[in-house]
Design a protein around this ligand. Structure first.
Ligand code: CUA
Length: 421
């Protein structure tokens, strides 16, 4: 018996250590926890998961118990090493059929809630909304065509960021107003999410609200979400899509309906004009001269861009940059909030940190060079990102050119971006 204990001890310790690694309190584990559902879709997914866990636990105890019993009951006893083996049998119809029946029963028990959940997630529950008109929600703040029962958001995945469009609310590529990095939705509203990709396969996942559906080039997928608590949620691309897949994040910002209506209006308005003669005004000029406009659009200032890169008209009002990888929020204030366990509450933007993030992000694209043309800021924020590989082909001669900035020019562009709220 002591030998059994000697063997079990390290095995148990290893198991405990293995389990403990799953209990990390690290930031992203808490914020992207599928074990903390905050909406009906994630709740249903969580319930199916837990039903499966409990059933598996029962099976584990039964099978493991039978195994332990057999090992102990039929172990080799002292002085029996040379005894002849006991009489051998083969097959037991009762046990075999019983096990097959038990397995079928277990699968049926899991299949019922699983199929229910699949149907629940597949059908967008317009009819489940007690208030059937968006117009009532937004108190007339949105046009009549928005008075559908479900809010629709078109999501496009790109290497490596997410672009959000609201066709009912006039925020689209066609109206030259799109929203990168932060998906803003009203609390308690059913939201239809249309998923597309413009390059490779990505996957849309907000663990606390719903997950996850792939975004596949040339194909339209959809899902629906609903968040029942206002606040910030953390989303993540969940399909390997290249260098910066791990840094392809987004936020879901859930607002009260009135705040959402105000947000929609703010997104439609043109960007504010910087004060004449200011550093920001110079930055606005440089934004065009230094070809930032080839990829980035600024509604009201530079609308002719193809919108290959993120829209920047409201870039300073967002809490994040670079595919939501760079966070502008006051870290100390956020740590204090997190310590209380309020992971959905967001600290305010720290302007100094935001300015530094803008500076480092643009600088890391290789535009800031020394006399020898060597980049001064290494590209270590998001490996492989398109800001870095930016190359302009001169149309006349197909000559490759590379944009560079002096420190002063970079500062001016950062000041310009800081005014885009
Ligand atoms: Cu996009 Cu991984």
């Amino acid at each position: 018996m002591t030998s059994v204990v000697r063997l079990l001890k390290p095995a148990l310790l290893a198991l405990v250590a293995l389990l403990a690694t799953g209990c990390s309190k690290a930031d992203w584990m808490v914020r992207q926890s599928a074990m903390d559902p905050k909406g009906p879709v994630s709740q249903v997914q969580f319930d199916v998961f837990m039903a499966t866990v409990w059933l598996a636990l029962v099976l584990f105890v039964l099978v493991g118990g039978a195994l332990v019993y057999a090992v102990v009951r039929y172990r080799e006893r002292a002085g029996q090493a040379d005894a002849p083996p006991p009489e051998q049998g083969h097959g037991n119809p009762l046990v075999e059929i019983g096990l097959i029946m038990a397995s079928v029963a277990a699968l049926v028990v899991i299949a019922i809630p699983t199929l229910e959940a699949i149907w629940y997630m597949e059908e967008i529950p317009a009819e489940r909304q007690p208030d059937s008109k968006l117009a009532a929600w937004y108190k007339g703040a949105v046009p009549a065509e928005a008075a559908d029962e479900v809010l629709t958001v078109d999501v496009v995945g790109k290497q490596w960021w997410f672009r959000f469009e609201y066709p009912q609310l006039g925020l689209t590529q066609e109206t030259k107003r799109t929203v990168p990095n932060e998906l803003v939705i009203p609390k308690g509203k059913v939201v239809r999410i249309n998923l597309r990709s413009e390059d490779v396969i990505h996957s849309f996942w907000v663990p606390k609200i719903a997950g996850k559906v792939d975004m596949i080039p040339g194909r339209r997928n959809h899902m629906w979400i609903q968040a029942d608590q206002a606040g910030h949620y953390y989303g993540q691309c969940a399909e390997f899509c290249g260098d910066s897949h791990a840094y392809m994040l987004f936020r879901v910002v859930v607002l009260e309906p009135a705040a959402f209506a105000a947000w929609v209006e703010s997104q439609k308005a043109p960007a504010p004009e910087p004060a004449p003669g200011s550093l920001a005004a110079k930055g606005k000029q440089l934004f065009a001269q230094k070809t930032c406009i080839m990829c980035h659009r600024v509604a009201g200032h530079y609308e002719a861009s193809a919108g290959f890169g993120p829209d920047l008209a409201r870039v300073a009002s967002r809490h994040t940059l670079a595919g939501a990888w760079l966070d502008h929020r006051d870290p100390a204030a956020q740590a204090a909030i997190d310590a209380k366990g309020d992971t959905e509450v967001s600290a305010p933007i720290d302007p100094a940190l935001q300015r530094r993030n803008f500076h480092d992000w643009i600088g890391s694209s290789g535009v800031l060079v020394d006399a020898a043309g060597k980049p001064l800021i290494p590209q270590d924020i998001k490996p492989g990102n398109r800001m870095h590989y930016y190359r302009m082909f001169n149309v006349a001669g197909l000559r490759e050119t590379k944009t560079t900035l002096t420190q002063e020019e970079l500062d001016a562009i950062v000041e310009y971006l800081m005014t885009l709220k």
